[in-house]
Write a protein that binds this ligand. Structure first.
Ligand SMILES: [Fe+2]
Ligand SMILES: [Fe+2]
Length: 220
């Protein structure tokens, strides 16, 4: 029997709530609770750290409705899902976001709200992420598909790189005023920030599934 299922929500680790409660990750993003890399903290501790009332957070979690289909549980199917739903999707999202950012930066360069440096930041993130994807695709994931238990070294390396992504996402939120376009922003500007918000959500969900579901099966 899973004894944690009987614990009140505020004693549970954020990552376990993210795994078990469909819709929870969207609530954590809204409250800026880190569920992918710092997900080991209890809900109460994470709420305190963010200065959020834990009861408010619990009410939001209880009202949450699932948005995505749950990820497959079997290891090989989960790896396939990570590749199709995240690696391949990021490979389409970033070039489009870089293109939109370059356009907004060029057209609105004299506007004080112009996100100067955003296209460069996105390009840097995309380069870094591509190297990270290749390490997972050529090294770690094939080991896991073979059931190789000796994955501790590569897992630690991937987890450290995920922490770097979290820092890069903080930079993305800063550059886009938390993905909020200024009043009167043109359609391109709005589309750019909506895409940046989607990139942020997808990257956090992607790293959550790796760190807290897949890697834990191999001792991560
Ligand atoms: Fe990945
Ligand atoms: Fe990863």
């Amino acid at each position: 029997m899973d004894i944690t299922a009987a614990l009140p929500l505020h004693h549970l680790a954020v990552r376990d709530i993210a795994i078990r409660r469909p819709g929870a990750t969207a609530v954590f993003r809204r409250f800026k609770i880190d569920y992918c890399c710092g997900g080991g903290a209890s809900l109460a501790a994470a709420a305190e750290k963010r200065g959020v009332e834990v009861d408010k957070l619990i009410a939001a979690l209880e009202a949450a409705t699932p948005t995505d289909e749950p990820a497959p549980t079997e290891t090989t199917a989960l790896i396939d899902h990570l590749l199709e739903r995240y690696h391949e999707v990021h490979r389409r999202q970033f070039p489009e976001a870089i293109r939109l950012a370059a356009r907004v930066e060029a057209v609105h360069r004299d506007n004080p709200d112009c996100p100067a440096g955003l296209s460069q930041h996105l390009a840097f993130m995309f380069d870094d992420l591509e190297m990270h994807h290749q390490k997972e695709e050529m090294g770690l994931f094939p080991m896991m598909r073979r059931g190789d238990a000796d994955a501790a070294g590569p897992i630690a390396c991937m987890e450290a790189e995920h922490e770097d992504v979290i820092e890069q996402l903080k930079g993305l939120a800063r550059l886009t005023n938390d993905f909020a376009p200024p009043p009167g922003a043109c359609n391109t500007w709005q589309a750019l920030y909506a895409l940046c918000r989607e990139i942020d959500a997808d990257l956090r969900d992607h790293m959550h599934l790796e760190n807290n579901v897949l890697f834990r099966r191999f001792g991560g």
